[in-house]
Write a protein that binds this ligand. Sequence first.
Ligand code: PLP
Length: 454
Amino acid sequence: MKAELYGSLIEYGKSGVYPFHMPGHKRQSARFSMADPYSFDLTEIDGFDNLHEAGGLIEGVQEKARRLYEAEESHLLVNGSTGGILAAVSAAFRPKDRVLVARNCHKSVYHALELNDLRPVYIWPDRDDRDGFFLDIKPERVARALERWPDIKGMILTSPTYEGVVSDIGKIGKQIHDHGGVCIVDEAHGAHLGLHPYFPASAVSGGADVVIQSLHKTMPALTQTGLLHVRGDRIDRVRLRRMLAVYQTSSPSYVLMASADQCLSWALDKGGEAFALYAERLDGLRKTLRGLSHIRLSEIPGADPSKLVLSAEETDMSGKCFYDRLRLAYGLQMEMVCGNYVLAMTSPADTDEGFARLIVALKAIDGECKAVGAQGGRAPEHEGSFTCPELTPGEASGKPARKRRLSEAVGYLAGDYIYQYPPGIPLLVPGEKIDRALRGRSKRSGSARQPHCL
Ligand SMILES: Cc1ncc(COP(=O)(O)O)c(C=O)c1O
């Protein structure tokens, strides 16, 4: 029988399609090569340490991570940020705890709420009024939530977001600490933060208690590699290690751990030079893209410049058409299309050729489309607000539910998730009341799923 997935991946690798998506090594196999994986794929034999009780070679890798990110303790993750988020939330909180959760969190955060029977207060960030993506979490809003729900035990938020929006972790972390809580930051998209001044600082230096990063998203490392960093004593580190052992496999891949090791060594030895070059090229690329006539490079102050949010909002071209054109006519695969914009992810592994191809394609497409004037002005759905679901995700997820058409579902409680993937932020979480805004959100995201209602 043919190994069709393997064969298709090999064929795709030869196709010449350029990746403006994860993983961050950008398939640069000449630059970030490894020996044949079969030749060093081991298990915990003598001399090769144990991820769950690291005290040798693996401890050495974690020590490199700790040094690079200036953490107090760092752990390797082999099933991405997902495992780290599940472990951190499980270690930080107890069943029924009230937790402040940014409602633009990745699905793994909601799964953690569900598994630990936590009571979330959702805090909604504003949306960019032109392109509709979520903006930062405002400290003033956090202050209001802490005042209104004094029993909040901590906060979980995503920074940077998929689109690169960064929240003020310094201020938010302090607010949460002054309140006696724990601040967990999902920095899955920010393993490159703090490694060069062109990029924003990492939440590790910003005062968060636990920071979770996916190495594979923005750094040259294999998919599923990640890191969890700890600072301070607000989280019980013994319990955290226990939870990491619960949520991570008992057979961590030595191929993945070796990839993380290579990536960290590369960052420590050659990162300074590589990131300086990357910053210079990225800055040049962004300057050129600002000169396009119709396609707009979205620029949010303080955001991570590695993410290129390219909007067709003021053109006669839909976001999907833009995305397809880049892929089919120019062989450029974007990370995602959402509404009127496409997202190109860059990394230090990008090549001059890749950036040049993007410029050629965007100039050509820009010349083909017509201006139609700004269509923004999207009504903010939950501006200034918090939502407390009628049932917690844990209470709602086990209950019998019935599928209903979107138009008939308004007013019911959700029994299941509806995701938009990417970016993996649920449009609907179990226990939330289904409102009219969901219709608009589903339409915009292209999700036509019918909700399960309680
Ligand atoms: C914001 C955010 N957090 C967490 C994750 C999960 O990361 P991983 O795929 O490394 O498990 C993702 C994945 O896309 C994400 O976008």
